[in-house]
Ligand binder design. Sequence first.
Ligand code: ASP
Length: 323
Amino acid sequence: MNIIFIEPAFPANQREFVRGLAAAGATVIGIGERPVDYLDQELRDWMLHYQQIGNVTDVGTLVEAVRFAQSRVWIDALESTIEAHTMAAAQAREACGIPGTSVRTAYLCRDKPSMKEVLRDAGIPTALSTAASSAAEVRAFAAANGVELVDQKYFYTEERWQALQKMKEAEKSGGAGGKKFIVTDQDRHGTVGAVALDKNGNLAAATSTGGTTNKKAGRVGDSPIIGGGTYANNATCAVSATGDGEYFIRSVVAHDVSALMEYRGMKLQEAAQMVLDKVAKLGGTGGLIAIDHDGNIALPFNTSGMYRGHVGVDGEFVVEIYR
Ligand code: ASP
């Protein structure tokens, strides 16, 4: 069986598909954007031929390369595993008469709105969705579809309201911790994060936040920024951070913890503390929760407290707030 495989050398894990195909007895022909020198000997040995082209998502160029291969050998299949390449691969298959996933199916599998459309047409209830570029558009869409809309007051909580008033007062008097009122860390932050290691050695991190109290409209903190407030890497650790997002972004906190482990061979605890100390030096407060690939945990913070809890294989739950 002769198979064209798109982008065998990038990202690095793609070689595994080539290795597997070759091991199963297939003859693999690679088409990719990397120069042939980029490919190591082992990868080259798994393939009959490799052809470099300018852009694997440019259907015209891809088809030309596939046709060239077809002029030499019979091609049974053309495959790609990278999401960005699946459409181009399907189009090339169709243009070159190679059996496999059709353009229509590739499109449906890749694109959620169109997948939903087909499900709806088949009478399967599917969550509504729309593309919106403003809050007003989202509200109009919800209203048009009979979703109950609630007033801002619905989200009111006395505690958060008082925290906001304190922050506004502090801002007016030119400092975050004015004399007349004490702004606590709890008043300023409210992020929820989780890190986990599963039995197969996979690490994961998740962070959700309402941002900092009294933030500017449209501000984006560190929580959704991979590497800033959230990061996981099976080779090192998983990290979720809370604190003054601006400082955590500048220090690329979550990734920095992982990088210190990866490049300096540091232990999690030491790496986490070192990164948090860097944040403190810049003037940022906060903390982080982290777990490494061996299940060691680190929960450092430079604030008065940080709500935190952990559970290990022994099943014992530990919950703490202050030091
Ligand atoms: N880190 C979050 C942010 O800056 C806030 C928080 O942790 O409470 O948006």
